[in-house]
Design a protein around this ligand. Structure first.
Ligand code: GAF
Length: 383
């Protein structure tokens, strides 16, 4: 790209600082966050980089995606939803900041990304948190990291329309290097667990597909869980979310709760229990058990929650006959994106070859393989 293909406000750009906003992985605990349950995510070393400077105007904002060569210009007094999805992550965050009574001024921002979009590693949460973190620094707003996570989640609800939970934003901004976060999404209590995989690594295999069902089905699942709660709540008024239900209590509703709602709730309640068991297994250094729980999680997501797809199932199934992989599952919202594999370090190369050949033969796509490690949440480096 030459200087003259870059929009005018970004020529000879002198940034004040760069924000590094990471994607996330999730070891176990899928679709539990919006049910007030448990998750076990962490940030990774793949980031979105956002170069910021104030432009000393009261209201004019310029944002340029260098990676996708797209330019967004807007006025702080007139923010509304856009037809371009990527713009809504930015507009939504700025608007949510304003709603909190904080007022950024004009700024310019260049964005570069090495986070694949649609891979289920939360490029959207990284973008939201990165914008909020940068504006917080640039204009000395008084936002805590947790407030940034929450307002970014709200931006996704109100501007993008996905009624997501808090996991992605929380882990993008509050992770610690070398640790997993056991996050209790009911009260946002975080316990940092040292990620000690003893000779094993985390390997992502990107299916390269991102089925369009993802967002609409996501909101449908959330509604189904809320309906199940409403039903149970009639008999047990203290039940405010599926987090307040255990398997024994749920079983009382086996014959009365509509079958689909029962199945969805059964997945969520079981998954919450699995997260806690997985943390225990990790503390006991029992990676076989940890891996088993990952497989159970996948089975629940595939059969009960029905958010997997044939490409994800294929990659998970492959691992069951390959001993060095201790556990594998689909990761994130589903309908495409990555699988996460807990694999013996010295088998990674061989496994990537086996998986790539098999996947290529079946789907005519080479899956991208990414070895990841737990990294710190959003940070900035000054010029
Ligand atoms: C997406 C959402 F954004 C998260 O909040 C979470 O629900 C996840 O899907 C599934 O666990 O990434």
């Amino acid at each position: 790209m030459t200087e003259d293909t870059v929009p005018e406000p970004f020529r000879n750009f002198k940034k004040k600082f760069t924000v590094y906003a990471p994607g996330r992985i999730n070891l176990i605990g899928e679709h539990t966050d919006y049910n007030n349950g448990f998750v076990l995510p962490t940030a990774i070393d793949k980031t979105i980089k956002l170069h910021f400077r104030a432009n000393h105007t009261p209201y004019t904002c310029n944002v340029y995606s260098k990676t996708y060569q797209k330019y967004l210009k807007f006025d702080l007094r007139q923010i509304s939803r856009s037809d371009e999805e990527w713009e809504n992550y930015i507009l939504g965050v700025v608007n949510e900041i304003q709603k909190l009574g904080e007022y950024p001024e004009g700024f310019d921002c260049i964005i570069e990304s090495d986070l694949p979009v649609g891979a289920g590693i939360s490029s959207s949460a990284a973008l939201e948190c990165g914008v909020a973190f940068g504006l917080n620094e640039l204009f000395h707003l008084d936002l805590s990291r947790q407030a940034i996570a929450e307002l970014s989640r709200n931006a996704e609800h109100n501007y993008v329309g996905t009624k997501c939970g808090i996991m992605d934003q929380y882990s993008s901004i509050l992770s610690k290097e070398g640790h997993l976060i056991l996050l209790d999404c009911r009260n946002l209590e975080a316990t940092y667990i040292p990620a000690d995989f003893e000779g094993h690594k985390l390997l992502l295999l990107n299916t390269g597909v991102s089925h369009s069902l993802a967002s609409s089905e996501y909101n449908t699942r959330r509604k189904e869980c809320e309906e199940a709660v409403k039903f149970i709540n009639q008999r047990y008024p203290e039940v405010a979310s599926l987090r307040d239900v255990n398997l024994a209590r749920l079983a009382e509703f086996k014959d009365t709760l509509p079958e689909l709602l029962y199945t969805r709730a059964h997945y969520v309640v079981s998954e919450n229990e699995r997260v806690l068991k997985a943390v225990e297994a990790m503390k006991q250094k029992d990676l076989e058990q940890f891996g088993l729980l990952m497989y159970q999680s996948h089975k629940g997501l595939r059969d009960e929650y029905q958010v997997s797809c044939k490409e994800l199932d294929f990659l998970v199934d492959l691992t069951t006959e390959y001993a060095p992989v201790k556990g594998a599952r689909m990761m994130g919202g589903g309908f495409g994106g990555c699988t996460i594999n807990l694999i013996e370090e010295n088998a990674i190369e061989e496994f990537i070859k086996i998986a790539s050949e098999a996947y290529q033969k079946e789907f005519n796509i080479t899956p991208e393989a990414i070895v990841v490690s737990p990294e710190q949440g959003t940070y900035l480096i000054k010029n």
